[in-house]
Ligand binder design. Structure first.
Ligand SMILES: C[S@@+](CC[C@H](N)C(=O)[O-])C[C@H]1O[C@@H](n2cnc3c(N)ncnc32)[C@H](O)[C@@H]1O
Length: 385
């Protein structure tokens, strides 16, 4: 083999040695080779030299390997697959593990010094947030409280909540139990920001607030921008944005605006936004043993476009605007530690609280409707932990 082809292999594959303990029988190796031949050689292959096996990995479909493992008669095959599973450093592409080239980034020369020159999140530098966190009084822990959020939150101490995840009423004209969902927009934002101002106060230093927003495009009100602007003005750090792709093509096909004319075409959307903010510091401290996100979950979910179907059981829970449990699960596992306190100030029928409980977090859920709070309590009681 030439030097050029060796370096080519090193560029294209991750090499791992499999320690076999004893000489590998030819018949056993032949069978393993046969199995590997069913897979694409450009994805992975294996070589043998006496008792040494070498694996060359590029792209691996773990589900396919697990199927092979189920059918294999050789312990060595199981060992090889286990060794592949143990490798922690990989990227994900089309659901397959990518072992080379996944961490290459476009190079920016002197990235660090350029970052220093630009400065990061300049808009929060003069914030007055205290770094001292407080304990949430026991009477609010793991509770669903019926009331106006602004009022209920005013009873909480400063800096006592780890993560706030919520979707406020969107002012679309939905038929909520208690909420008037058709206010003048200015009035709507005044009320919403009164609640958010309390949210910022009760959030711990380095805590996060994540708001799920669907703008009302037909009123030309960019609620996600207006809300983000509010948090930025109030010195929170914009950590990022997740696009929740609902794939619900149920937006009206007959609503074209100016049909077949550039005068005012109407745009249609199948997604919502999650705007993410941090108070004072982007880095949230927590105990290592309270991290519960798996490597695959982490690698999939940091790609900030989440394809999740909308909640299908709204009729069953008598609520017109629930988000699905999967959305809350991803937010909670990606942005909080087990045992953290998770608040939803517009808790509806309790999806955030329910998912927090299922994932060993503590919760506080507030909603203005007694009926929604009762349903939330019932859903919580029904969890089998
Ligand atoms: C979009 S829904 C949230 C649904 C929730 N994410 C779920 O999955 O069940 C918004 C909720 O905010 C509640 N709400 C509106 N104004 C409120 C206020 N001032 N204080 C507390 N809750 C309020 C409404 O009753 C409604 O249930």
């Amino acid at each position: 083999m030439t030097v050029a082809s060796v370096s080519n292999i090193q560029d294209k594959y991750k090499e791992i040695d499999i320690q076999c303990g004893s000489i590998v029988k030819n018949s056993e190796f032949e069978s393993i080779l046969k199995t590997f031949h069913q897979l694409k050689r450009s994805d992975l292959f294996i070589t043998k030299n006496a008792d040494k096996l070498k694996l060359y990995l590029h792209t691996v479909d773990i589900n396919e390997l697990n199927e092979i493992k189920k059918e294999s008669q050789f312990q060595l095959m199981d060992q090889i697959i286990d060794e592949i599973q143990k490798i922690g450093s990989y990227g994900l592409k089309d659901g397959k593990r990518l072992f080379v080239g996944f961490n290459k980034e476009r190079k920016v020369l002197d990235r660090k010094s350029k970052e220093e020159k630009r400065t990061r999140y300049f808009y929060t530098k003069d914030n007055q947030f205290s770094e001292i966190n407080n304990i949430l009084p026991e009477k609010f822990v793991n509770k669903i409280i019926c009331g106006d959020s602004q009022e209920v939150l005013s009873l909480l101490p400063d800096n006592c909540i780890d993560l706030i995840f919520t979707s406020p009423p969107y002012n679309f004209g939905l038929s909520y139990d208690k909420q008037n969902d058709e206010s003048h927009w200015e009035e709507y934002f005044i009320k919403l920001f009164n609640v958010f101002s309390e949210c910022i106060r009760v959030l711990k230093y380095s805590g996060r607030i994540i708001v799920n927003v669907q703008p009302l495009f037909s009123d030309y009100i960019p609620s996600h921008h207006i809300i983000s602007n509010y948090f930025i003005k109030n010195k929170l750090i914009w950590k990022g944005e997740i696009l929740w792709e609902k794939n619900n093509y149920n937006c009206k096909y007959t609503a074209w605006g100016s049909y077949k004319s550039p005068s005012s075409p109407y745009l249609k959307y199948t997604w919502e936004f999650l705007e993410i903010f941090a108070k004072g510091n982007l880095r949230k401290q927590g105990l290592k043993e309270n991290i519960d996100i798996t490597p695959d979950e982490f690698k999939n979910w940091v790609f900030a476009k989440w394809s999740i179907a909308p909640e299908r059981n709204m009729k069953q829970y008598h609520h017109p605007a629930m988000f699905p449990e999967e959305l809350a699960r991803r937010v909670i596992k990606l942005f909080s530690y087990q045992d953290d306190i998770i608040l939803d100030p517009f808790n509806g029928v309790g999806t955030t609280s329910l998912v927090a409980k299922k994932n060993q977090r503590r919760f506080l859920g507030i909603d203005i409707s007694e009926d929604y709070c009762k349903i939330a309590e019932k859903r919580l009681e029904e969890i089998l932990l």
